[in-house]
Design a protein around this ligand. Structure first.
Ligand code: HEC
Ligand code: HEC
Length: 292
């Protein structure tokens, strides 16, 4: 077939492209004008964009854009705005004593929200997102406290930590009765079973619990108390309450007595500002186990 560029379609009055298949010709319909203008406009827009915003990668940096706009600066500006929005509440929190926070509902809601967010970010890795704890990391939802559950005691724990190396940290160290050859292994088995007995758990048959009780009175009562009910001055757990930091099975108890643990909780002063620590103390105290 001959290519007939000048052919005009009789029905539409439009020229054809010259392509023809079995008598079917392709119309050369022009693009709608509005569409074309839109197309040119997007090209002009793109050029403007390259000039104004950072756009093109260079060898070791990128084109900065006419006004030096940067997404990171935008985040910083947003954060500054947020901080200044929160400033009145933050100032109020700074000026309010811990026990008085809950008297002001707005301040209490704000403090709780701040505390919860800071907890997720800083504490959840060890204590669980909701403060539920894990082996060696105490549950902060229950009313069993190693070091004390008043809001001030909690604030002190958070501020200075436990065995954290800070001069004001909460300190104590259970001796490693096995590793340091203070007790023989059969004595450790006796006292471990005695501990299980005062916790209301079954004991291994054939173990001399009376001997265990004597060993406990001589070696353990100084810290855990004569009845094993613990001592918060020393962070020594109550051994009778059925709540275990490390575990209640005989093997775990034997291991704790033989090797001791000495859990470490970092100090947060210096890493978090005092108002955030206040919010954290309020949040932890409100989790369920807070004491007056
Ligand atoms: C690196 C792990 C770790 C992180 C992070 C951590 N903790 Fe702890 N926390 C511990 C350990 C371990 C203990 C228990 C120490 C012990 O055996 O006495 C503890 C104990 C506590 C206690 C005392 C509980 C009691 O029964 O007296 C409080 C309160 C507490 N943490 C709050 C927090 C808060 C709030 C944060 C976040 C700012 C936090 N912790 C971050 C490990 C951690
Ligand atoms: C100097 C004080 C001190 C003495 C003495 C001491 N403990 Fe402890 N004990 C602690 C502290 C503090 C902890 C928890 C701290 C940690 O390791 O995180 C603890 C933890 C334990 C635990 C783990 C409890 C749990 O909830 O998992 C057991 C069991 C225990 N002690 C038994 C004993 C026995 C038995 C003796 C005597 C043979 C003894 N302790 C002597 C301070 C002491």
């Amino acid at each position: 077939m001959a290519n007939d560029h000048t052919h005009v379609d009789s029905v539409t009055g439009t020229t054809t492209t010259g392509h023809e298949w079995d008598g079917i010709r392709e119309l050369n319909t022009p693009l709608p004008r509005w569409w074309l203008w839109l197309f040119y406009l997007t090209i002009i827009w793109a050029v403007g964009y390259w000039v104004v915003y950072p756009a093109w990668p260079l060898i070791s940096s990128f084109t900065q854009g006419a006004f030096g706009w940067h997404s990171r600066d935008a985040v910083v500006t947003d954060l500054k705005e947020l901080t200044s929005l929160r400033a009145p509440m933050t100032e109020k929190l700074a000026a309010t004593a811990l026990p008085d926070i809950k008297a002001n509902q707005d301040l209490a809601d704000f403090t709780y929200a701040q505390g919860r967010a800071a907890f997720r970010e800083n504490c959840g890795a060890c204590h669980g997102a909701g403060g539920g704890g894990a082996k060696g990391y105490p549950n902060l939802n229950d009313n069993d406290w190693l070091w004390g559950g008043t809001i001030e005691q909690i604030e002190q724990t958070i501020t200075f930590g436990i065995r954290s190396g800070h001069a004001k940290a909460r300190e104590s160290q259970m001796p490693a009765f096995g590793k340091d050859n203070i007790l023989k292994s059969n004595e450790i088995i006796s006292v471990a079973n005695y501990v299980r007995s005062i916790a209301g758990l079954s004991t291994r048959t054939g173990v001399d619990l009376k001997a265990g009780a004597k060993i406990f009175a001589d070696n353990c009562a100084v810290c855990h108390g004569p009845e094993g009910k613990g001592n918060r001055e020393l962070g020594a757990p109550n051994l009778t309450d059925g709540i275990w930091l490390f575990g209640s099975d005989e093997a775990t108890i034997i291991d704790v007595i033989a090797n001791a643990r000495g859990g470490v909780m970092p100090a947060w002063t210096g890493r978090l500002d005092p108002v955030t620590i206040k919010a954290l103390a309020y949040y932890v105290h409100s989790l369920g186990g807070g004491e007056k």
